[in-house]
Design a protein around this ligand. Structure first.
Ligand SMILES: Cc1cc2nc3c(=O)[nH]c(=O)nc-3n(C[C@H](O)[C@H](O)[C@H](O)COP(=O)(O)OP(=O)(O)OC[C@H]3O[C@@H](n4cnc5c(N)ncnc54)[C@H](O)[C@@H]3O)c2cc1C
Length: 630
């Protein structure tokens, strides 16, 4: 094992930057980092002289956060945001609904964020919230709240409470004992027990589906009854189509890591679960290292950072009084107040073409074209293929079949129908079933889920009920999202279940409301009529990450690099093998660093083009315990 030189320096950096209180510890990290670890990146003292004029494609959270970071880091840069729809925010949509005794807040897209203060996404998001001065309206849902402690899976015809962090070891044991008699548990213990003896994958295999991977290692029960429920909750996806290498990167790495000495994955994971070791991929390490040296964001923080961090350390998830739109609304307002930023709503981008002689990228929208030094695109592989095709045809060539296929293959997404219901009764659900909500695995019999639901969220539990929130020092009164008493529920329908369905076969929004009421009657015994019931179809809202995703991304990286010479960069869920809003905010920060420091060899996809490097650290000593180069 080589622990000297570069790795010793990295372990030194990470020892501090991975502490859970990372946001507090930045100054300490800076002091303890003698120099940037050799990650092959050169930091500029002054901003990139070529970045005078930047276009951002898409005015969702990724595009807005990218614009925000850029205008902070390159003070004179002119930024143009192109947004297809008349409003900013993309999938972030929070709506206040007046009801008899006040109002309730419905979320149509993302509803909560995870603090995870030692992950790049968590840190980037908290930093952004601090810069926008949104701490006062933050609602932090306590780690001790029902939503944090109780998560359910519906199987085969009732709610099953899952073991989780719970209320300590005794509670965990009691839950496990109860689960012993549950059909959902059949075969799970056997699957876990034999995992260390299961043959490791053929080293030539580059990827397989999440379902195949988990089934091979842990058995069918755990995969179909438990894991599929989580993949419904996060990706609304079919785990037999999603990429294990992209979505379970740590497990994928552990399986292939030390073929001679390590028996399987489970035993290797135990020290990670008990916080003894941390497993960090090279790209995360790079983020921590760069973030530690980026003082610009910190200089722009507003409010009491210590209070914000302290609240979030006690939180399992968080949101805001007016919903997650507070982030996008605040970004939109601040950016529109900056004379250097032009926001063009109702302006769909039709094409993006690079002029290699002038090093200018022209963006075509509304029949006009404007030239830019750089473009940050949050649009998906379908539009990207079109841009690459047009740029190639300008040079009188055509897009190569492998690039075309990579774009087509990864241009996969699912439709999700979101149904929000508000009932006047505050105790609609019995106390014994308070929790975050429940997910429905693929193995539930069709007669129990003819609606093709993915899960149900008990929305009131994460909207700021007084007994669920973290109270900060000096908080006398905390306002939640809803001023009217009652119960909010959200039913998510469709996702991969609707793949291949003709649009005419999909339910209308009225039908979806009726389907949701039927489901809630059958699953939870709710017979009361909701005071408000609304549904939104979100078409193609969650990108899917098919088997081979990483290779496709590498192919697209090389194509973008050769076509645009680093002047066209991508960010957002299509490109980051993860759908979370925090990951999008992180990627928006990283893309602005790439422009600020003139890293023209980066497209936002460069990590896929290299072998992954993993660093395993002993959390107590901060020392590296593996050889990342092997
Ligand atoms: C139902 C649902 C629930 C979710 N729940 C959560 C959650 O609880 N927590 C969480 O962290 N994440 C959640 N997510 C994921 C999160 O919402 C996304 O990761 C995030 O909103 C992505 O932001 P974005 O800006 O990259 O993309 P988008 O929000 O899709 O924004 C892209 C923008 O580009 C615009 N656009 C498209 N084409 C063009 C064009 N040709 N020209 C110009 N503009 C164009 C679109 O109109 C849109 O405004 C959820 C997503 C959905 C759909």
């Amino acid at each position: 094992m080589r622990l000297g030189g570069r790795n010793a320096l990295l372990s030194h950096a990470v020892k501090y930057s991975l502490q859970p209180r990372a946001v507090h510890l930045q100054s300490r990290t800076l002091q303890t980092l003698p120099q940037l670890p050799d990650l092959g990146l050169k930091l500029r003292d002054s901003p990139n002289p070529n970045a005078k004029n930047v276009a951002i494609l898409g005015g969702g959270i990724t595009g807005l956060a990218a614009a925000w970071n850029l205008q902070q880091r390159i003070p004179d840069v002119k930024i143009t945001i192109y947004e297809k729809s008349p409003r900013l925010g993309g999938w972030v949509q929070s709506e206040k609904i007046p009801v008899e005794n006040g109002h309730v807040l419905f979320e149509w897209g993302p509803r909560t964020l995870r603090p995870s203060m030692d992950s790049p996404g968590g840190i980037a998001t908290v930093e952004l919230i601090a810069q926008l001065g949104l701490a006062d309206s933050l609602i932090a849902i306590s780690k001790k709240s029902p939503a944090a402690l109780n998560r359910y899976v519906y199987y085969p015809d009732h709610l099953v409470l899952l073991p989780g962090p719970g209320r300590g070891v005794l509670d965990l044991l009691l839950r496990l004992l109860k689960l012993r008699t549950e059909p959902i548990f059949d075969g799970v213990v056997q699957g876990l027990a034999v995992e260390p003896y299961v043959a490791l994958r053929d080293p030539t295999v580059q990827d397989e589906s999440v379902g195949d991977f988990l089934r091979r290692r842990f058995g069918k029960s755990l995969t179909d009854n438990l894991a599929s429920a989580f993949f419904h909750g996060i990706y609304a996806g079919d785990l037999y189509k999603l990429s294990a290498h992209a979505l379970l990167p740590s497990m994928w790495f552990l399986e292939g890591r030390d073929r001679e000495n390590e028996p399987g994955i489970l035993l290797q994971m135990i020290p990670f679960m008990f916080q003894r070791r941390s497993n960090v991929r090279g790209d995360s390490l790079r983020f921590h290292s760069l973030y530690a040296q980026d003082s610009i964001g910190r200089a722009n923080r507003q409010g009491n950072m210590r209070a914000l961090v302290s609240k979030l350390e006690q939180a399992s998830v968080y949101t805001f009084k007016d919903g997650l739109r507070e982030i996008t609304t605040s970004l939109g307002e601040r950016l529109s107040n900056n004379a250097n930023v032009s926001i063009r709503t109702s302006s769909p981008v039709a094409d993006v073409i690079f002029d290699k002689t002038e090093s200018q990228v022209s963006v075509h929208s509304d029949g006009k074209s404007d030239s830019f030094d750089y473009v940050v695109s949050t649009l998906g592989p379908g539009m990207t293929k079109q841009f690459l095709t047009s740029s190639a045809s300008r040079r009188k060539t055509t897009l190569t079949p492998d690039v075309s296929q990579a774009c087509d293959h990864t241009n996969a997404s699912v439709n999700v129908m979101v149904v929000n219901l508000y009932y006047r009764e505050p105790d609609l659900l019995p106390q014994s079933t308070r929790g975050f909500g429940y997910l429905i695995p693929r193995s539930v019999p069709t007669e129990q889920n003819p609606e093709r639901a993915l899960g149900v969220i008990f929305g009131s539990e994460t909207s700021g009920l007084p007994d669920t929130v973290v109270w900060g020092e000096g908080d006398l009164q905390l306002e939640g999202q809803d001023t009217a008493p009652g119960t909010k529920l959200t039913v998510m329908l469709g996702g991969h279940w609707w793949e291949g369905w003709a649009p005419s076969d999909l339910p209308s929004e009225e039908e979806a409301i009726e389907m949701s009421k039927n489901l809630l009657r059958r699953h939870l015994g709710i017979v009361q009529a909701p005071e408000v019931a609304k549904a939104h179809m979100n078409p193609n809202c969650i990108p899917q990450y098919p088997v081979g995703y990483r290779d496709d991304m590498a192919t697209i990286h090389h194509a973008l690099q050769s076509e645009y010479e680093g002047r066209f960069k991508v960010a957002g869920p299509w490109w980051q093998s993860g759908v979370g809003m925090s990951n999008s905010i992180q990627k928006a920060l990283e893309v602005s660093w790439a422009i600020q420091h003139q890293w023209d060899d980066q497209t936002g996809l460069e990590d896929y083009a290299e072998d992954e490097t993993w660093y395993i650290f002993d959390k107590r000593t901060g020392l590296l315990v593996n050889d990342p180069e092997s």
